[in-house]
Design a protein around this ligand. Structure first.
Ligand code: SAM
Length: 347
């Protein structure tokens, strides 16, 4: 067969001739979340069993070169402007600094961020910053050492606090802190977490717990809702709606005691924001997902390893995003939780 260099993926019915990641509901994905590994050095009870999960075999994971190529296509051909590394725990990925440097060298240069538990950040923050990382989101559900050890099954709170401080000192700012409140576990700590973050200059975001646990044990009635979080905070702080535009940001924000500090709540379940979603997701084994809750994926690793040209990969990506659903459907009857847990999708 003669290769004419034409895209092999057929055009998708109704899709406009637009190089960007448009979908059928008028949204354009510009924010790429890349999972670098499904492994983690913590075992947060709501995210991973004590023994860990069946990790992806190394041969199934994208190599650095493959990852770099897909990110380049996303940025240079598909209009992605923001790249967020996540996992699993992205700092466990060997060659992270080099990967970041290669993304920072793209044109136009995307904004580069990382979601991390910060366990190993203290000794790497400067190198990550030098490589081109712009900022970090650090996951921290409690500032009490014993509770942290119970919740994560690892006694690493001091390392995390050092990691946060190092991130701020290195200029990986604004340093955001993500917290999930769990009923009867840490829901008495909402105000303490906010006080800690305000004192240290970190921007706190509470995240409603979503049905993405490996046990498939999520229970809506157990979830601490945005309304409850605001009530808990409101008992100790004066919260006023933030005047800054929300855009496609998942967090609704409030000024704390008049500002400038603010606090955000990411209410994916009780106040979904799918209509403004601008995200596209790549798993560590090269599966493309248009939503955290997608039950279908588009394989990019296969075509990549079969020698597909950039144009074909880009077309597959466009076709996958064109089919993005209007919403995640958590609140629909018949909602089916995806097979992959959060740690294997990339939170
Ligand atoms: N290891 C990195 C970290 O700790 O930030 C990145 C991956 S971790 C899966 C990303 C975030 O997902 C964490 O903030 C974690 O609390 C959150 N998370 C895990 N399971 C969740 C769930 N079921 N609902 C909401 N957030 C969840």
């Amino acid at each position: 067969m003669v290769d004419l260099g034409l895209p092999v993926v057929p055009s998708v019915a109704g899709r406009p001739d637009n190089p960007r990641l448009v979908d059928g509901f008028g949204r354009i994905a510009t924010d790429l979340r890349v999972s670098l590994t499904d492994r983690c050095n913590l075992r947060c009870t709501y995210c991973m069993p004590a023994a860990g999960l069946d990790w992806m075999p190394g041969s199934q994971m994208l190599s650095d070169a493959e990852l770099g190529r897909l990110i380049r296509i996303a940025v240079e051909d598909l209009g992605v402007t923001d790249v967020r590394f996540t996992g699993g725990e992205p700092t466990l990925r060997k060659g992270l600094e080099e990967l970041i440097a290669s993304v920072a060298a793209l044109s136009p240069r995307p904004r580069i961020s990382m979601t991390t538990n910060a366990v190993g950040l203290a000794r790497r923050a400067d190198a990550l910053r030098a490589a081109g990382l712009d900022r970090v989101n650090v996951s921290l559900d409690t500032v009490r050492r014993e509770r942290y050890a119970e919740l994560t099954r690892r006694d690493r709170l001091p390392d995390v606090l050092d990691g946060l401080a190092a991130a701020r000192a290195a200029g990986l700012t604004p340093v955001k802190v993500n917290a999930v409140l769990l009923r009867g576990v840490n829901d008495d700590e909402a105000a303490d977490l906010l006080r800690f973050c305000v004192e240290h200059g970190y921007a706190l975001r509470f995240i409603e717990q979503m049905p993405l646990d490996p046990q498939h044990g999520w229970d809506r009635s157990e979830m601490v809702t945005a309304a409850e979080i605001l009530e808990l905070l409101g008992a100790e702080f004066a919260l006023t709606p933030s005047p800054s535009a929300r855009g496609a940001a998942p967090a609704e924000r409030w000024l704390v005691d008049g500002g400038p500090a603010d606090v955000g709540v990411i209410a994916s379940v009780t106040r979904p924001f799918c209509g403004d979603c601008d995200r596209t997701r790549l798993t560590a084994d090269g599966a493309l997902r248009s939503c955290l809750f997608s039950t279908t994926e588009t394989d990019l690793r296969g075509p990549l390893r079969a020698g597909a040209a950039d144009a074909e990969i880009a077309d597959r990506w466009r076709a996958a995003m064109w089919g993005k659903l209007a919403g995640h459907g958590i609140n629909n009857t018949g909602f089916a939780q995806p097979d992959r847990p959060m740690s294997a999708i990339g939170g």
